[in-house]
Design a binder for this molecule. Structure first.
Ligand code: GLY
Length: 364
């Protein structure tokens, strides 16, 4: 399915009108025309049109296979949002990535519950699912929500039913090593119950590293025509209370795209991001002309300002959690910033996918 086949009511008429309006404003018939006439009038000069695309930006785990696949598929003619979702699917399908899809760390009942969202710059539409179980590719379901419903977000059993209606197959997403981590977590919660944990030496390597995991996958992109797209997918917080929804499926928090300004997404502690509308804030900074690196930093500074609760701060009063933003702007500039330094983000252009250092706001 390509974006040319988007069936949502009125989209074709709206996008045709928007393209005509933007083309008139830019003085050309370029296919890179974007947004509505009203939005286009407010766009700063630096966003006139990009010759830079396609450019992709994403979380570190997109560098393994997702970015390269998305870039190649788009270069071969696939609509960029479809290519991005296809790339994200490779991370969802990877049982060794415990932050998303198959092999994701489960909730406190041992059930893998997934959240995902997509956003399409040219149409301004989004789709998302939350707390969906037994479906390994929630990003693809989110794309279907955008294209085949009038809704933005389906949750829990309704999301599962929708996915099954669209031909997605149910399966158990709890892999053996994720189950081992869950059992260990359960057995070490209290010394007053009847469970005895394994000795640490008996555990598979890394199992303890998955505790408190808030990893996620995010990818944003600027296509050859200068349009912007994004997708975020996650299994959320490890051992979460069933029904807990993080930032990934919340438009404005875990993902935001404005076709006149940029695309942004996040990984890390979702609660802190939801209350600060992080990705929306990043995109607003891009609209003012900020470099994506600075825009991500600005959103994190807001998170620091909002973080006061004792259980969220260290002895020095600074946040004790990781949160990272990733952004690409209308001109093809990319950037990322994290709460803590020492990590990386990924990007891809005609020179191929690569990792870059992600600066951090506060010392570890
Ligand atoms: N950022 C993923 C989550 O908090 O669910």
């Amino acid at each position: 399915m390509s974006s040319d086949e988007i069936t949502r009511r009125g989209f074709l008429a709206t996008s045709a009108a928007a393209a005509a309006a933007a083309a008139a404003l830019s003085g050309s018939g370029s296919a890179a025309a974007s947004g509505t006439a009203v939005d286009a009038i407010a766009v700063p000069d630096i966003f006139v049109r990009s010759a830079a695309g396609p450019i992709l930006v994403g979380s570190q785990n997109t560098c393994k296979a997702a970015l390269g696949l998305a870039w190649e598929k788009h270069a071969a003619g696939m609509a960029l949002l479809d290519a991005i979702v296809l790339g994200i699917n490779t991370v969802e399908d990877d049982p060794t990535d415990h932050s998303v899809g198959l092999g994701g760390i489960p909730n406190e009942d041992g059930v893998v519950e997934l959240d995902a969202s997509v956003m399409d710059g040219p149409s301004g539409l989004s789709g998302a699912v939350a707390s969906i179980q037994n479906i390994r590719n929630p990003a693809s379901v989110a794309l279907r929500v955008m294209r085949y419903t009038d809704h933005c977000l389906l949750v829990g059993p309704g999301a599962l039913r929708f996915a099954k209606d669209h031909g997605f197959k149910e399966e158990n997403l709890l892999t053996d090593d994720a189950r081992e981590a869950w059992l260990y977590w359960k057995a070490t919660l209290s010394d007053k119950d009847d469970r005895f944990p394994k000795e640490v030496a008996q555990l598979s390597p890394d199992v303890k590293n998955w505790f408190g995991i808030t990893g996620t996958v995010n990818m944003g992109g600027l296509d050859k025509a200068g349009n912007l797209y994004g997708c975020t997918s996650t299994s959320g917080l490890a051992f979460k209370i069933p029904g807990r929804v993080g930032d990934s499926p919340i438009i404005g928090a875990g993902l935001y795209v404005d076709n006149d300004a940029g695309a942004a997404g996040s990984t890390g502690r979702g609660e802190a991001n939801i209350i600060t509308l992080g990705s929306g804030m990043v995109v607003e900074a891009l609209r003012r002309g900020a470099h994506p690196t600075d825009a991500c930093k600005e959103a994190l500074e807001r998170v620091v300002r909002f973080t006061r609760a004792k259980h969220l701060v260290r002895a020095d009063g600074k946040p004790d959690f990781q949160l990272k933003f990733y952004a690409v702007d209308k001109t093809g500039r990319t950037g990322s910033f994290g709460m803590f330094p020492g990590e990386q983000f990924a990007m891809c252009d005609a020179n191929g996918p690569r990792l870059q250092d992600c600066p951090g706001l506060i010392g570890k």
